[in-house]
Design a protein around this ligand. Sequence first.
Ligand code: 8LK
Length: 223
Amino acid sequence: LKMSAGKKITICVEGNIGSGKTTLLDHFAQFPEVKTISEPVNKWRDAGGHNLLELMYSDPARYSCMFQSYVQLTMMDNHTAPVEKPIKMMERSIHSGRYCFIENLHRGGLMADAEYAVLDQWFQWITANVNVQPDLIVYLRTSPEVALERIRRRSRDEERAIPESYVRALHELHEDWLVRRAQFPVPCQVLVLDADQDLSLLKEEFNVRKQEILCRSEVKSPV
Ligand SMILES: Cc1cc2cn([C@H]3C[C@H](O)[C@@H](CO)O3)c(=O)nc2[nH]1
């Protein structure tokens, strides 16, 4: 793998709940040039002794703003975390946090307009003042049916009650953002992978497209 000396790249792996992001990160963690950074779910499950993820799913109208506010902070922390290796591969981003999750909660009436406005102000300030810019987004594209089936199979405690409509709405918001380019800005180039296939076959595709995934973002800057 020929990496231009000194150029560090950030890849964000995006996708619905249950789309296979952890499988992809675990696969790429084996390569010496890649540092993977998973979603800090453990911080969300224990913030000062509080399980914010559980609170959010149990009473989203009351807790989703607080939860997304903390998520935004922890994702900014991941974006800005210094990495020795040339490639940082992150699970999700502050961008999908704003354009998919916060959007979904507000459109679903689970977040007040005022809360949505304040979270957006934070997001706008951060993206204008902090380097949270990825070089490549790898979108693990699944059908809602497959995502739902994997969520049920994995059954994270806090996720057992996620309604099908929530997963469907999240899917559409990922499609609007990354495929249809309907409304929100896409911060970098996007590589779409069909993640409906069995995860072991998906690993095959990761290998076949490894150079593309890891080098493609090299092509980003024409200079
Ligand atoms: C950036 C971002 C990630 C993220 C994850 N989640 C939820 C979806 C899953 O149930 C769990 C782990 O991804 O956290 C969320 O509600 N809001 C989020 N925002």
